[in-house]
Write a protein that binds this ligand. Sequence first.
Ligand code: ADE
Length: 413
Amino acid sequence: MGPKSEIANIELAPSGEKKIHWASAHMPVLNYLIAGYEQTKPLKGFTLGLCLHLEAKTAYLAHALKCAGANVVACASNPLSTQDDVVAAMVKAGITVFAVHGSSPQDYERYLSMVLDWEPQIIIDDGGDLVSLAHATRPELVKKIIGGCEETTTGVTRLRSMAKEGALEFPMISVNDANCKYLFDNRYGTGQSTWDGINRTTNLVVAGKCVVIIGYGWCGRGTAMRAKGLGARVIVCEVDPIKANEALMDGHEVMPLAKAAEKGDYFVTVTGNFGVVRGEHFERMKNGAVLANAGHFDVEICKPDLEALSVSRNLIKPGIEAFKLKNGNTLYLLAEGRLVNLAAGDGHPAEIMDMSFALQALCVEYLSRNTLPPGVHPVPFELDQQVASLRLEALGVEIDTLDPQQVKYLNSW
Ligand code: ADE
């Protein structure tokens, strides 16, 4: 046993339950898995430590894992993405949760530590904070953890760097790198939810404006594609010549940020790096430019530079802060530079998280049945295909199959 839940207010549960119910009705793959889990309870006896964005779809994943027989203990992977009503509903449903929306960095880490107090055998992480804290503070526990799954690009980058140094002591499955994750969640999920967060917060038009997307990985591609669909002129800033070529052929303009800075009405960072948009860029921006980040950490837009260049800062409304610069211009920072789709929105659409979280559930089950060596492991291809097939089945979409002669032909080379 570990500590009891610490949340904002259990009375908020009815509102959270409604959100979870709505999401669950749009997560057919997870529902299919739940139906099986209720019969077979494959995770009975396991304690799972989740460090994820605590909103409705995540709550439904936690529910699925509980249906599979696991003891589920959760904390937030970002203090601003926590929805207190959803968390209350999770606790009411028998999940242990340590999370309060807007918690201080100290409480954020204390909550992660409380999850580790439960001594989970399997971890699901989003961004790498829980795995990192376990390695930094719990040498005994780390030896007992049988493995974990990582949800996001930033987390996988951190894990690979740990593994390269020989510092990763248990196996981690890079769910982010599965086809049914990055092709849909990173591209269509981030593409839609980033603009949802920006639009619902600013309530400004995108059509006819200039959108600068910084970073053209899968998340950047999706965000640029949706900006174009909303009628924006899109400029992409990249450091990778291959991705820059791809952006050109996708119909976007490509140029360095130093040049794009004076053209953009919106700037969206999706790089996974730090100090991407900084003083030299802020000084060149147009009056009224909007700054948003869709990367995991709030370090892509350099907030210290923005503060240093400003004569005043003013909260216009929740999620929008105005920085009046010494040069007379005002720049608007959304959601404190934290990931705008979750800190100023509800995250990716339910149908998309259905695929990502079905992969998570299947990979947890896989870890419970298999012993893997320490290191970063890909999602087994059969699980990736299983999620794709289940989703098509749920949508009633049929596809063709190869006949034996065709299989023979392909294999005869
Ligand atoms: N909802 C839960 N986890 C999420 C994530 N990593 N990205 C977007 N929406 C989410």
